[in-house]
Design a protein around this ligand. Sequence first.
Ligand code: UDP
Length: 331
Amino acid sequence: MSGRATVLVTGGAGYIGAHAVLALAGAGYRTVVLDDLSTGRRAAVPDGIPFIQGNAGDPDLLADVLERHAIGTVMHFAGSIVVPESVDKPLAYYRNNTLNSHALIEACVRAGVSRFVFSSTAAVYGVPERLPVSEDSPTLPINPYGRSKLMTEWMLRDTAAAHGLRFMALRYFNVAGADPQGRAGQCSPVATHLIKIAGEAAVGKRSEVLLFGDDYPTHDGTCVRDYVHVCDLADAHVAAVRHLENGGESGILNCGYGHGYSVREVLDAVERVAGHPLPVRIAPRRAGDPPELVASRERITDTLNWQPQHDDLDTIVRTALAWERRLADGG
Ligand code: UDP
């Protein structure tokens, strides 16, 4: 632990943030979690990790936390992530994602924090023209969520050019799965993501899974996505911190495996792992879903030497289901 500056993890009580805290601790980093618990859970933060309940856009709180804990790196997960909600409440998304990030970046510049790892999204690409999507593809987000994240990337890029701050923005593809040891997983009260929803159906928490569209121009007519295990994603964040600590340049990296599965293939995997069929009903297409979204992973491999350990659909589904059972059992 010694010799390494502490990492502040905003949103560390949320799904991905909690896995990042575990990965950082496993790599010997000291961490501090800042979370307003609007969607996160206090219980997701392991014992012994300092926890501050507060908003990641509160300048006075940030100034205090950055100094008091001698923060050297900020890992910024706190934010809102539900695409349809961002369409209904754009200003809430621009506040929570863009304005709060502005306050956090500004606090870092003021406090001399020189490393920043940002939780971005493949939603910044919108509907890509070419697959797999490289980081140099045009960024044309089609919803406020994607735009609110893209603006933060721009702020980071411009701040890095003007001040002594270096950053890594990781553009997540479809994050799923849970810690294989059962220490963390996804707890959204209102699930919207496919594997979470299918997992809830598999344990009897919902009566059916709606399959949004089976008439897409893909091999089986359903949408294809690049599902990445949350622990591999968390490891990519640790590698990003190391990269910056070693003097590496700022950058923007896709975080996906570089291959995709259709909605049907995912549902087949859930049935296979659960050992019973799922109640699936074909429904109309969901607005704003691109037919296919798969990452080019060359840049993250070259830059971070990222070596995923869970690149297997059944593993992703198995860990997600184990977590869902744990929640169903009240754990
Ligand atoms: N999907 C579905 N039923 C659901 C949830 C999602 O058919 O209940 C489909 C969705 O239309 C998309 C894919 O699963 O094609 C992945 O959607 P998800 O919301 O998990 O992630 P996104 O790709 O939108 O970020």
